[in-house]
Design a protein around this ligand. Structure first.
Ligand code: NAG
Length: 440
């Protein structure tokens, strides 16, 4: 209701017909006195409605306790639907190569989502994006990625994975053979600020998406982003897929682990083909501003101090940094080796594929080396401060065993941190160099 009246206001803004109004009324007054009176009253009445409309508190017609949660924001207004929208959806999802598949990419305006979507589109697959454009980090970066996607011919539906009606509509419009599910609430420390958004996106949203997939006919195969953080307090390195993952160190990790268990049930009960990918510290151009390599770059350039974390007993804090192009190849490898789901009509018809893979780089780099590489690339000396790694979710060390992904997906990372950061820095300077601000 509200949206309709809002659109109406946009179309007929008072300013637009003001100059004509007196002229019209004068003519009516001379020739049709009764009509003139009616017109005046009509305008007065419309004016009254407008005044009331603007005085009513925002959201009054549709606010619910849940909508105060920022992660549910996009559920408030229905910004999808209609023939023009459907046309854009279909055109984006159209397969352009003989061997192509049709893929729904959730979190398409995110870092990994953008790169995966472009790679799929370039090889001729039909790609439809979905993203809620939440403001966990600077939404203008997401909009810039969206512009990049649109130039590639990819439409990003603005909506939430918790919107069951939207997902149902998308599956009615398009026969997706695959879903690449990358929408999630990321970040380890933000979980202490907004725990609800992790449950909302990574648990409830995932279940909602799997429900739509299980009901679809045919069911798509699903490839989705888990996380290396599921290894939690593990001390055995390198991390292998069979290692225990029952000691998460953050709520983020716990919701990703929950996702892996939820995936198991949907595979078991409904015959959904599911592949979980445990990403290890993905970095590169168009990356996420909440990641250390990203804000270190910003802070070094600004002359701000850079925290170099150390573990207990001056232990090294290191990450298995994985370059985005390698991750994209791993995602496409997972998609291309995914078997079909076996269920139909919401029922299982036979056993289906259930997989989980590490996608890392197998060479952990200490955070101090990361800072050193950035200093050389930026030609600026960093103001380092050594700090204890807080015990609020970050683990001291990540190191992937990728032999399973190598064997099953042909996954073979080729970019070392030096090479990858050089590409990141080049992008960073061109993106923020002109007029944009990187302050967040
Ligand atoms: C790596 O994982 C594979 C299973 O995928 C396992 O056979 C191998 O022992 C692991 N390597 C190490 C060093 O843990």
């Amino acid at each position: 209701m509200k949206q309709i009246s809002a659109n109406h206001l946009d179309d007929d803004s008072p300013g637009k017909f003001k100059p004509e109004k007196p002229h019209l009324i004068n003519r009516f007054r001379h020739h049709y006195p009764y009509l003139a009176k009616l017109t005046v009253w009509t305008f007065l009445f419309l004016g009254l409605i407008l005044v009331l409309f603007f005085q009513s508190p925002p959201n009054s017609s549709y606010s619910s306790p849940i909508s105060s949660d920022p992660s549910r924001r996009s559920l408030k207004t229905r910004s999808w639907g209609g023939p023009v929208w459907e046309k854009r959806v279909k055109s984006s999802a159209r397969i352009r190569s003989r061997t192509g598949v049709s893929v729904l990419v959730t979190g398409a305006a995110g870092f990994v989502g953008t790169h995966v979507s472009v790679a799929l589109k370039r090889r001729g697959d039909g790609v439809l994006g979905l993203d809620n454009f939440n403001d966990y980090y600077d939404p203008s970066l997401k909009r810039a990625r969206q512009a990049l996607l649109e130039r590639t011919g990819i439409y990003v539906v603005e909506g939430d994975i918790n919107d069951a009606a939207l997902l149902k509509k998308l599956f009615e419009l398009i026969t997706f053979s695959h879903v690449v599910h990358l929408a999630a609430q990321a970040g380890v420390r933000y979980a202490m600020v907004n725990p609800g958004s992790y449950v909302n996106s990574n648990v409830a949203g995932f279940v909602n998406l799997l429900e739509a997939c299980k009901n679809a006919n045919p069911q798509p195969a699903v490839v989705w982003a888990s996380s290396s953080s599921v290894y939690g307090l593990n001390t055995k390195v390198p991390f292998s897929e069979k290692d225990r993952t029952d000691q998460p160190a953050s709520l983020y990790a716990a919701t990703k682990k929950a996702g892996e268990e939820i995936a198991h049930t949907y595979n078991h009960i409904y015959g959904l083909s599911l592949t979980g990918l445990r990403f290890f510290t993905v970095y590169g151009p168009w990356g996420r501003p909440d990641m250390a390599y990203f804000f270190f770059t910003r802070d070094i350039l600004k002359g701000k101090t850079v925290p170099v974390f150390e573990g207990a007993n001056h232990g090294t804090v290191a990450r298995d940094f994985t370059y985005i192009d390698d991750i994209v190849k791993g995602c496409l490898g997972a998609l291309d080796t995914a078997e079909k789901s076996t269920g139909s009509g919401g029922k299982k018809r036979g056993p289906a594929q259930l997989r989980v893979f590490n996608l890392g780089n197998t060479s952990p780099v200490p955070v101090s080396s990361l800072v050193g590489i950035l200093e050389r690339l930026l030609k600026v000396k960093a103001k380092r401060v050594v700090m204890k790694l807080p015990r609020n979710g970050d683990v001291p060390f990540t190191h992937a065993n990728i032999s399973l992904a190598r064997r099953e997906l042909g996954y073979k990372p080729t970019t070392d941190l030096q090479t990858g950061l050089k590409k990141f820095v080049r992008w960073y300077l061109s993106y923020y160099g002109s007029s944009r601000k990187s302050d967040q």
